[in-house]
Design a protein around this ligand. Structure first.
Ligand code: AMP
Length: 398
């Protein structure tokens, strides 16, 4: 069976077509500037790439173009749409309404619209627009929703609750939900496979370090805690997000900067993090270059990032009562050896023996074991694959 994985944003739509027999990506691409002048689709298939510069006034036209690219006589990989067994849609937030991958019905869409849009106003509404477009263009093809939050549904109450009035938690659903669940799920399962261990016997801390970053404690194959919260703003500082901050500072900043609370939240999401600290960039390549050139604020941003990551690893080892493995993944986790080293060099007391030489190698899509052979705690770099998790869960659901 072939599964189409779709990740729709407000003006973008990324896709992969995955053959589930081989779990190989047979075509992929993305539409950009949907609803904006100059829209285009960059599509790959058959080892070739093609760029379609066509007006895409809405997501329906975008998905129609994707389907015609999949059937294209040059880069196409299917003859008919019937070869697509199902579509798996990435959905960011589920609230407490869905705790697992869910088949789409009108009732499900209604719950999404009424209950989850306000939890993820930037992500869920465009994802539903993409979903509705696919349903229109591919009537009869089953659609599944795979939530970023599902893997975290196993967290115990003591981990996901904030210290607020319990009745308000019940009434408004203000609690930690966590994000990047498909990535944490994938890399923790891959770690167990690599170590030839039953996931049940492992205590793993997974560090998804990308432009958005989150860290999870995975005990016995289940998520027991995670660093992102009610929204993806929480946890460690990120590319442009502040990470955890005293809530009183929101009101204080609003007064000082003459902003509304919503404007402060936008500022904390878009103008802070390592970009705000360095004053240079949210991209770690620029920060590393800045540090090399003697820019103290770039060095500080890198230092804070590693320090905050380290604190979560330590806290989660304590929460699980032990640690067998640390996994680094995503853009920074896979590509920035200095961050990994800065985190791991302080973890000797937990039994981490670091192998700097292997750490400096390029992972190039492979799993890298960057702890020394004798290390009690294994440290792995594992390339994440969120699309494959979405495809697998969609196939399983069918
Ligand atoms: P992601 O959100 O997982 O795509 O990660 C994106 C981030 O990864 C970028 O903003 C960079 O900070 C970082 N990144 C990607 N490639 C590299 C690289 N080769 N070296 C250092 N950082 C990288």
């Amino acid at each position: 069976m072939k599964i189409l994985v779709v990740n729709a944003g407000s003006s973008s739509l990324k896709y992969q077509l995955i053959d589930m027999e081989t779990e190989q990506v047979i075509a992929k691409g993305g539409c950009e500037r949907i609803g904006i002048e100059g829209s285009l689709l960059k599509a790959k298939g058959n080892g070739k790439e093609k760029v379609y510069e066509k007006p895409m006034p809405n997501h329906k036209v975008a998905i129609e173009l994707v389907l015609s690219a999949l059937k294209d006589n040059e880069i196409g990989v299917i003859k008919s749409m019937d070869e697509i067994g199902a579509v798996g849609h990435r959905m960011v937030a589920s609230g407490e309404f869905f705790n697992k991958t869910t088949l789409v019905t009108e009732e499900v869409i209604k719950t999404l619209e009424e209950k989850t849009f306000e939890l993820a106003p930037l992500h869920n509404p465009p994802a539903v627009t993409g979903l509705r477009a696919c349903m229109e263009v591919m009537p009869g093809t089953p659609m599944a929703l795979v939530f970023d939050t599902s893997f975290h549904a196993t967290m115990p109450e003591k981990a996901y609750l904030y210290g607020i009035d319990y009745d308000d938690y019940k009434k408004y659903g203000v609690r930690k939900y966590g994000f990047h669940g498909t990535s944490h799920k994938f890399v923790s399962a891959e770690a167990a496979k690599y170590l030839k261990k039953d996931p049940k016997d492992l205590k793993i801390v997974t560090c998804h370090l990308g432009n958005g970053s989150s860290i999870s404690a995975v005990d016995g194959g289940k998520c027991v805690d995670t660093s992102m919260g009610f929204t993806p703003l929480a946890g460690i500082l990120m590319g442009t997000r502040s990470g955890d901050i005293d809530a009183s500072a929101v009101e204080f900043l609003a007064r000082k900067k003459g902003m509304t609370h919503a404007e402060v939240i936008n500022y904390l999401n878009k103008k802070c993090g390592v970009a705000g600290i360095s004053g240079v960039s949210s991209d770690f390549r620029d920060l590393l270059a800045g540090q090399e050139a003697g820019n103290a604020r770039c060095a500080l941003a890198l230092d804070m990032f590693a320090y905050q990551t380290l604190k979560y690893v330590g806290a989660y080892a304590a929460a699980m009562g032990g640690l067998d493995c640390i996994v680094f993944t995503a853009g920074i986790g896979e590509n920035t050896p200095t961050v990994r080293e800065d985190v791991c060099k302080n973890l000797k007391f937990l039994g981490v023996e670091f192998d700097s030489k292997t750490n400096d190698q390029k992972a190039n899509g492979r799993i890298l074991e960057i702890s020394a052979k004798k290390s009690k705690v294994k440290v792995l770099v594992i390339p994440t694959n969120e699309e494959l998790v979405i495809a697998r869960e969609t196939a399983e659901l069918l």
